[in-house]
Ligand binder design. Structure first.
Ligand SMILES: [Zn+2]
Length: 275
């Protein structure tokens, strides 16, 4: 990517739901925002018409996709693992068809298993995903996301280590999740620089110039993420995060997942542009 783009998680709230994507693009244009993360949270479903609209807009706007919530590459039952692989492959297939840049998903739950064993299982299942995509000549970025709760696989360390195993895999860093998961840590300029430095050092410049971040205000307890909030109602230090991203010359996408989606997206874009 040539620059850092700011995307809404799903269509902006101001979108006329009857008109769908065509109106969503008007809202983005009016607000000077750069694209949408298409949310397949309840399943990979998208009408033919929506796919066409997004595809046609993809030369001007940037699109990513979020896979269904019901994914667990560490499930006990083989059929649940297979269904999870299918959901990720389907997300990647549809996103590639509509000209998407990247897909993300929550990869697994520990289910009380040893973390090293879970890592090996996630590697094994990810290799099956990559195999299918290679056969399909689908080169979209595949990104497990840093997760918000200690029961979910997906620390920064784990996601970076998985990314080392596959050329097509890079992190999706949900900075709000990282902050919430630690019960309030990872929220200073130095913390953000450390995460970006680790990614650049361990995965190379390609990872910083093809970044995928999530950002929202967030409420949390000692168990991690509770719910998303508008940035200004939360303690999420988005200003120092954006300063760190600027310092590391991060390029790619920042997807805003606050409940007031497009307003916070504009807030962070304007703050970033002011730096
Ligand atoms: Zn997510």
């Amino acid at each position: 990517m040539e620059e850092l783009k700011f995307l809404t998680a799903g269509m902006p709230l101001r979108t006329d739901k009857k008109k769908g994507y065509s109106d969503a693009f008007n809202v983005l244009q009016e607000m000077d925002l750069d694209g949408i993360e298409v949310e397949f949270v309840q399943g990979v479903r998208m009408s033919e018409n929506s796919r066409k609209l997004v595809k046609n807009a993809s030369d001007k706007l940037t699109f990513t996709a979020h896979g269904p919530y019901y994914i667990n590459l560490n499930a006990r039952e083989q059929e649940k693992i297979d269904a999870s692989i299918t959901r990720i492959v389907d997300t990647a297939t549809v996103a590639n068809e509509f000209g998407g840049y990247s897909i993300t998903y929550h990869a697994a739950f520990y289910l009380g298993n040893d973390k090293d064993i879970v890592f090996k299982r996630v590697v094994e299942q990810t290799s099956k995903i990559i195999e299918v995509l290679e056969k399909d000549n689908n080169k979209i970025w595949i990104r497990p996301e840093t997760t918000g709760k200690g029961t979910q696989w997906g620390t920064v360390e784990e996601i970076v280590n998985l990314s080392k195993e596959f050329k097509q895999v890079l992190p999706c860093v949900d900075f709000s999740h990282v902050h919430a998961r630690s019960g309030g840590g990872f929220n200073t300029y130095e913390d953000f620089c450390n995460i970006l430095d680790k990614i650049g050092t361990e995965l190379g410049d390609i990872a910083l110039s093809n970044f995928h971040a999530h950002l929202a205000g967030i409420a949390y307890s000692d168990k991690g993420e509770k719910n998303h909030l508008p940035l200004q109602d939360s303690d999420m230090n988005y200003q120092d995060l954006l300063r760190a991203m600027k310092k590391f010359d991060v390029k790619g996408v920042v997807v805003c997942e606050s409940p007031n989606i497009e307003d916070d997206c504009k807030l962070i874009k304007e703050y970033y542009k002011s730096l």
